[in-house]
Every structure is written in structure tokens, then in C-alpha cells.
Design a protein around this ligand. Structure first.
Ligand code: AMP
Ligand code: TRP
Length: 357
């Protein structure tokens, strides 16, 4: 039977919880893993982007702890980093009163819908996922089953809110495509129009922050060298030390973007500088043309501290009051649940878990 298409049947009743708040362009769902070392790449590549989307969209921001345990996480550390990521998002400007900021495991509908999607998605689809191949590596037999069905859970995160837009980085585009395929197959199999096709919101170019030690590698939470990244928890002195030690080359900065060809480290630092000062790369290059790295690094440090300092201070304040973070997350979960629970009920009626009338 596997892979066969069931006969279409009468559509389940549609409870109208499609997003249409006045003046907004749609509903956004995005997720971030609560793994430690949240860094400048996460800020410039994801969180800052989400902050900007709040004015145009109804937003749900999910800290995906169910996804995190697809690889081993120390329990106490997971609790701590979940709060840390929440604190970073609030400190960076996510407004938890206007939106929902919540923890994935606190809204049971994610896991419940993910099971249904485990039965909708085909093995062939999952076998094509490049992230699984990368993360499982050579020792595939020893990867968790959770890591394999990770994209089905991500589809549930999005579709349990009938989200219309999903901001994702390049690396997650394939998973979003899969979510669209799952939505369509579910709708086709059951003869309903229950799930919308979520659209990617791809962020602008230049938002890929590279390692401070090696301009050809992405800045990453898991890099063993702390000098490879600027953490959102770093204070001014630590930031200054890391920028000072950042890998460079012996030449002064070029006067055109073309002059960055073959100079990955210079390109990365200028990219970071451009993003932190809200300039294009062209503008930043023009501003810093001919500078020695020593001068440019001093300027970059000043800028990074000016942007990240206040965020860092607010994060620290929040982390000193974990009960307050937990209260904010509990409110977020209640809000998220009020949207997700009716959608799950609709799914349960459609599938036949609940009587349709
Ligand atoms: P991760 O750190 O892999 O959990 O990613 C969380 C979010 O930050 C995702 O939207 C990533 O695409 C984004 N992100 C992670 N690392 C970088 C980076 N070095 N540059 C830009 N964006 C990044
Ligand atoms: N898989 C995403 C990442 O690693 C995190 C994520 C989980 C997500 N669920 C999501 C992103 C839903 C967007 C929408 O970055």
C-alpha cells in the first residue's frame, strides 16, 4: 500500500482560523534551536530579520527544543540554553507581547501533527534531505530516528499555525519545500483545502557571517574555537579581543567590492561591518577604502560593541530573572496553543480521529 494514493473523500468542516489580521501581510512562523553559543551570525542572519518582520506580519517565534534533541543534549544545559535564546530574542527586539515567543515542546500540537505527517511524508522524500546526510555523516546507522524525521516536525511547526510565510536561511530551503509537499499531499489524500502553501521569506544577500578564524567556514555554534565567533553573550572586552585576533591578510582594504576577490577574511569583516552599520557592502568598502586592518578593526570593534552592548546588557538582566523568562514563554505557549489546537482538531476530524460532525 505504501505510496498509493487513497481515494478523495468529502472535505472536513473548515474552522476558519486562517490568518487575516487587518493590515498585516500574513502569518509568520520561524524556529531557532536552543543550542548554546548563540552568535553574531544568528543575530544578523536570523533574529534581526525577524525583528523587522514584526511590523508587517503576525509572528510566531518558536524555540525548537524537540528538534534540538535529535542529537544528544545535556538536560540542564538544554533548559539553560532555551532561556538564553529566549533572552537573546527579547533583548534583540522581539516583542513577546505583540507576538508569540514560545518553546516547541510546550505546545503539544507540534508533536501530534508531526506524527500524522510521519504517515504522510514518503521515505523517498526524506532520503533526499541533504541536512540529514550531513548531520548523520558516515555513521548513519547510529543517527537517531528523530534526526531522520526532523523535516516532518518542521513541517508540523509551520502548518499547525497555517503559517503563510517562513523566514529561512539557504540551508533550510529544502525542508520548507518538503513542508509544501506534505501540505499538498495531505490536502490531496483527504480531499481538503486545509493547509496553505507556506512561502519562503529569503533574507537579503550578504547575511552569511563567516568564522573569524577562517573566512571560508560559516560562523557556527558548534565550532570548537570560541575565537571563531562573537557570541551574543560576549562583553565589550571579549568582543574587542576576538576582533583583534580575527584572521586577516597583509594588505590594506580595497577600494572596490571586486578587490575583495580571493580575500575571504577581509570580505567577511567588511560584510559584518556593513550589516552592523546598515550599509550595503559597496558603501562599507567605499568608507573603509585603503585602511589598514588595525584601524578598521578598531572601528569594527566600536561598532560591534555599540550594537551588541545594549543587547548583551538586556540579555544579562533577563537571565538574572529566569522566572520572568518562564512567564513570558508560558504566555507565548498559551497564545500559540490557542491557534494550534483548533487546527489540530480540524486535522483529527479530517483523518477520522474525531467524528467530523
Ligand atoms: P542555527 O545556529 O543553525 O541553529 O541557526 C539559527 C538561525 O541562524 C538560522 O536561521 C540560520 O540560518 C542562521 N544562521 C546560523 N549561522 C549563521 C551564519 N553564520 N550566518 C548567517 N546566518 C546564520
Ligand atoms: N530547522 C531550523 C534550523 O535548524 C529550525 C526550525 C525548526 C525552523 N522548525 C522551524 C525554521 C520552522 C523555520 C520554521 O534552523
Amino acid at each position: 500500500m505504501s505510496g498509493s494514493t487513497p481515494p478523495a473523500r468529502e472535505g472536513a468542516p473548515s474552522e476558519d482560523n486562517r490568518p487575516s489580521p487587518a493590515g498585516l501581510k500574513g502569518r509568520i512562523l520561524s524556529g531557532i534551536q536552543p543550542t548554546g553559543n548563540i552568535h553574531l551570525g544568528n543575530y544578523l542572519g536570523a533574529i534581526r530579520n525577524w525583528v523587522g518582520l514584526q511590523k508587517d506580519f503576525e509572528c510566531l517565534f518558536c524555540i525548537v527544543d524537540l528538534h534540538a534533541i535529535t542529537v544528544w543534549q545535556d538536560p540542564q544545559e538544554l533548559t539553560r540554553t532555551t532561556r538564553e535564546v529566549a533572552a537573546a530574542m527579547i533583548a534583540a527586539g522581539i516583542d513577546p507581547a505583540a507576538n508569540a515567543l514560545f518553546v516547541q515542546s510546550h505546545v503539544p500540537a507540534h508533536a501530534q501533527l508531526a506524527w500524522v505527517f510521519n504517515c504522510v511524508a514518503r521515505l523517498g522524500w526524506l532520503n533526499r534531505m541533504t541536512q540529514f546526510k550531513d548531520k548523520a555523516g558516515k555513521n548513519r546507522e547510529n543517527a537517531s530516528a528523530g534526526l531522520y524525521v526532523y523535516p516532518n516536525l518542521m513541517a508540523a511547526d509551520i502548518l499547525v499555525y497555517k503559517a503563510t510565510h517562513v523566514p529561512v536561511g539557504e540551508d533550510q530551503k529544502q525542508h520548507l519545500e518538503l513542508a509544501r509537499d506534505i501540505a499538498q499531499k495531505f490536502n490531496n489524500d483527504y480531499g481538503v483545502a486545509l493547509f496553505p502553501q507556506p512561502e519562503p521569506v529569503i533574507r537579503g544577500p550578504g547575511m552569511r557571517v563567516m568564522s573569524l578564524r577562517d573566512g571560508s567556514k560559516k560562523m557556527s555554534k558548534s565550532d570548537p574555537s570560541d575565537f571563531s565567533r562573537i557570541n551574543m553573550t560576549d562583553d565589550a572586552e571579549t568582543i574587542a579581543g576576538k576582533v583583534r585576533k580575527a584572521t586577516t591578510d597583509p594588505n590594506p582594504l580595497p577600494d572596490s567590492v571586486a578587490g575583495l576577490e580571493g580575500r575571504a577574511e577581509a570580505a567577511n569583516l567588511l560584510n559584518i561591518y556593513a550589516a552592523l552599520t546598515d550599509q550595503t557592502l559597496e558603501q562599507a568598502v567605499a568608507e573603509q577604502a585603503g585602511q589598514q586592518f588595525s584601524q578598521f578593526k578598531a572601528r569594527l570593534t566600536e561598532t560591534a560593541v555599540a550594537v551588541l552592548g545594549p543587547i548583551n546588557a538586556e540579555m544579562k538582566r533577563l537571565m538574572n530573572d529566569p522566572a520572568e523568562i518562564d512567564r513570558i514563554l508560558a504566555k507565548g505557549a498559551a497564545k500559540a496553543n490557542s491557534i494550534a489546537a483548533p487546527v489540530l482538531r480540524e486535522v483529527y476530524k479530517t483523518v477520522g480521529f474525531l467524528p467530523a460532525v
